[in-house]
Design a protein around this ligand. Structure first.
Ligand code: TYC
Length: 107
């Protein structure tokens, strides 16, 4: 058996400070759609339902918000998830010959 007893004071009288675990929440990122004059509204709604889990009504609201304000938030995610969403949406839009732009920024 080891002579280190985890339940015994093994610091030989030294003042030993407990390690303070520094756990921070990971930063979150907003994934956003930008307005343009060419992408059909239906296609934007399809993006929001397929890739951001919105129902038709919510997707239409967000699409109209982007259409009128120029930008709108699709969701907030950790960095890896946000980056993946941005790539998937931009690839999908290019595949369908639409200029729709998806970007992200720290929340
Ligand atoms: N402005 C586009 C149109 O009138 C619709 C649109 C909405 C495009 C949202 C992009 O992110 C967007 N067809």
């Amino acid at each position: 058996m080891s002579d280190i007893d985890p339940f015994k004071d093994n610091d030989g009288g030294l003042a030993v400070q407990e390690a303070k675990p520094k756990l921070k929440r990971p930063p979150l990122y907003k994934v956003m759609l930008l307005n343009d004059d060419f992408t059909p509204m239906d296609f934007v709604v399809e993006i929001l339902t397929n890739f951001f889990g919105m129902n038709e009504d919510r997707a239409t609201q967000v699409m109209l918000q982007v259409h009128t304000q120029g930008v709108g938030v699709c969701g907030t995610y950790t960095k890896d998830v946000a980056e993946t969403k941005v790539h998937i949406v931009n690839d999908y839009s290019r595949e369908h010959q639409h200029p729709l732009m998806c970007t992200m920024e720290e929340a």
